[in-house]
Write a new protein. Sequence first.
Length: 201
Amino acid sequence: MGVWRFALAAGLAGLLSACGGAADEAAAAAERAQLAAMRRAEEAAAKPLALTALPQLHQCLGELSRKLKAAAPEGDINLACLAGSYQGQTDRGEDCLLRINAGQRSFNYRAGQREVQILWATVTQTADGKPVHNLESSDLDAQRPGVQLSQFTAVPEAVTETIALRAGQPVAGGGAAALPQIVYQRVQQGQLEELGCRFGA
């Protein structure tokens, strides 16, 4: 009887060990997949936008804008089609860069000595408990769809910052590609500062 109990205990221990090993292996595989996805997102965010990608960008901005206006569920909204680096010059002649990282769900803007990162996040809730996000539509008109991320900082002073990416002005006759527009806005003590970035300049 003692031998039987020992064998049963040993068998159970082996089974539990095997289960634990499988769980550990699955967790490790999931972690590897997550790291690989993050690397792909980083690579996409670092990739400069090519002029040949402008039609897809215009379509992507239009689809995202429509979903945001319709208050689509967060799971239906993905920044992957915007991921990449948008480089140009500001109205003041400084180099500027907007990097959109779909993995981090962030807009990273740099112009001169200024660097701003805004993360896509829940900022409040509606009366019925639905989340309200800081990612919004920012269309100029039906032909120039766009999206923007905003953030509010209360300390040390109240500051609201917005980074917007919009499709460029369509060219009559369908000639040259319509270049996208990047706009950074900062409101502090009621004063608005706006800085445009000319893509490809």
